[in-house]
Design a protein. Structure first.
Ligand code: ARG
Length: 581
């Protein structure tokens, strides 16, 4: 149930009845200032304009012909050009009751009528390095989106497209073989740290030394042709990295499991046939040991036409793999929607892949493919967030720091806390705060990373919301919960309650917007507003000590429903709650 959709239908019917032409979407929005109505019609002006009728007259017709008996208490025109709508208490009470019995008591689940197969490509780290802060946004925004979509009722297919088949392995192998003259028996001793160092060194050498660069290309090709030495080293590197990342996902409460890894190497079997097919269809040409696609509209940085290289010196490149991947996701995974939570620098790349896949007939026009880019994390000086020495910050270090900082805050408030509880709480609070801060920012813009704001009890932070939750939990003792579960009535007594109830009923609306846009920050904003509205209510009104028993039950019920929404809201963001803080 979406309030705005119901009102839209009502307005539409009324316009038709009034014989007013509608050739545009009807825009209904919730009002920021409730004194002017709970909702408003926003495009009265353009509707009137097209009909060449004075807006005031159009509004009078709408008001006269709208079916308002039950849902609408009051509807009026206001300057400059709005129609304001006030919802009736009876409608709110009945709808809250329905919401309580159908959703809250049955542990919340939505099932959209338009259930789709949604592939979400996120995290997808490179296997030659350990994860760094650059992976944080893709990992947590992608994961929240997966949870939100699933909660809404879609069939979500998580894809961790790990970088496990590119030139980085040729580099590492070439370094081990040529520079270190490493024997196969020695690879047992490889560690993540060492691999990362080797990769760095190899990259440096290859920039200066053309001969070495050629060798790295040779080893990439060898690996892709299943050479035993190369394969063994490769396997070891991947295994080590997956194990390491698994620990990070677990700490961060990310739902990615090993079964969700469908990395680059997975597509290797598809590549030879795809290349043949592209050549046969005259989309690609073979030239000087390369397979190239020439597309009219693809330009290089200088604005000149350029080709997309799919295979070079025997090895398949990133684009070739992504074409196979797109084909697989559409034809085998039956995706209706594919969402890429991938760095914005890959925009051009994904555009090319999409274009080639479409021309080749590997995907249908009907699949919705969206590259959901995100801004980057900045330091206080508005520069990319790095260590003091200018290196990238490891994700595991950032997570540990969040836990340590949370621990200090908890100890300040309660130094008697037991060790086990302290550790658990520090994780819930520290990691929750780190994730929430990121999720609460508009996905597309850059943001400044600042521990003080992240771990604050004030403003739009996880601590504020988690704290509001614990406050409600301290009111809702067991006997109160039983009382409200048994009591079937629901009555509103004052305007603050009305507004809280309307806010509660807007949850579905926000959820569906967040699903549509792939933007978890909409959920953050909503649960923050709900928390702060509840806190004001809590300061102003007695809940347990109200003499009037009926009033007490209403307030307990509202508190109970809000606690459930806060909990589920944080859960679909991937953030845990605690009963006490
Ligand atoms: N592994 C890539 C990187 O680290 C990201 C992969 C994104 N997904 C994709 N289908 N290309 O930049």
């Amino acid at each position: 149930m979406k309030i705005s959709s119901i009102l839209k239908k009502k307005i539409k019917k009324s316009l038709i009845k009034s014989k007013i032409k509608i050739n545009q979407k009807i825009i209904i929005q919730k009002n920021k200032n409730d004194k002017n109505g709970h909702y408003q019609l926003n495009n009265l002006y353009s509707i009137s304009n097209i009909n060449k009728i004075d807006p005031k007259i159009v509004s009078q017709k709408i008001i006269k012909n709208i079916n308002s008996k039950y849902m609408i208490k009051k509807i009026n025109f206001s300057k400059p050009c709005f129609v304001n709508i006030f919802l009736s208490s009876l409608w709110i009470e009945t709808t809250i009751k329905k919401f309580f019995f159908n959703k809250i008591k049955k542990n919340f689940k939505y099932c959209t009528k338009k259930r789709k197969n949604v592939v979400i490509d996120y995290s997808s780290p490179n296997m030659a390095k350990s994860m760094h802060v650059g992976h944080l946004r893709s990992t947590i925004i992608g994961d929240s989106t997966a949870r939100i979509m699933e909660f809404y009722g879609h069939n979500v297919i998580r894809c961790n497209h790990i970088g496990d088949w590119g030139t980085q392995f040729g580099m590492i192998i070439a370094y081990l073989k040529i520079i270190k003259k490493e024997k196969l028996s020695n690879i047992k001793k490889l560690s993540i740290e060492r691999i990362e160092k080797i990769y760095c060194q190899a990259k440096k050498i290859s920039l200066k030394n053309k001969k070495f660069l050629k060798k790295t290309e040779k080893y990439t090709a060898k690996l892709q042709q299943n050479d035993k030495y190369c394969y063994k080293i490769w396997k070891k590197i991947i295994k080590l990295n997956i194990k390491e990342n698994k620990k990070i996902y677990k700490l961060l409460n990310i739902t990615l499991k090993n079964k969700h890894i469908i990395g680059e190497s997975f597509y290797k079997k598809m590549l030879p046939n795809i290349m043949k097919d592209l050549i046969k269809k005259k989309i690609a040409v073979e030239k000087d040991q390369k397979i190239i696609v020439l597309l009219k509209n693809i330009k290089n940085r200088q604005g000149k036409s350029m080709g997309v290289i799919l295979k070079k010196n025997g090895s398949f490149l990133y684009s070739a793999i992504d074409i196979a991947c797109m084909k697989y996701r559409y034809q085998i995974l039956k995706a209706n929607i594919i969402l890429y939570y991938v760095d914005s620098r890959q925009k051009q790349h994904l555009k090319q892949v999409y274009k080639i896949s479409k021309i080749a007939g590997y995907i249908s026009k009907k699949v919705k493919i969206k590259h959901n880019i995100f801004g980057i994390m900045l330091n206080k000086q508005n520069k990319p967030f790095q260590t003091r020495s200018g290196n990238t910050i490891k994700l595991s270090n950032l997570i540990q720091e969040s836990i340590i900082r949370a621990k200090k805050i908890i100890l300040k408030k309660n130094n008697q806390i037991k060790k086990k509880k302290l550790l658990q709480l520090s994780k819930t609070i520290g990691i929750g705060a780190l994730k929430y801060f990121d999720l609460s920012k508009n996905r597309i813009t850059n943001y400044v990373f600042n521990w003080k704001n992240i771990l604050s009890f004030e403003g739009n932070t996880s601590l504020y919301i988690q704290y509001t939750y614990t406050r409600i939990m301290s009111i809702l003792k067991k006997d109160h919960k039983n009382l409200i579960k048994l009591n079937n009535s629901f009555k509103i007594y004052n305007n603050s309650e009305t507004l809280l109830c309307i806010k509660i009923l807007q949850f579905k609306e926000i959820l569906s917007q967040s699903v549509k846009k792939g933007e978890p920050h909409l959920i953050c904003n909503y649960i923050y507003e709900l928390s702060s509205q509840y806190s004001s209510f809590y300061e102003k009104y007695n809940i347990l000590n109200t003499k009037n028993k009926k009033k007490c039950i209403t307030r307990l019920k509202i508190s109970y429903i809000i606690s459930k929404i806060l909990k589920i809201g944080l859960k679909i963001l991937g953030i845990k709650v605690t009963k006490s803080m």
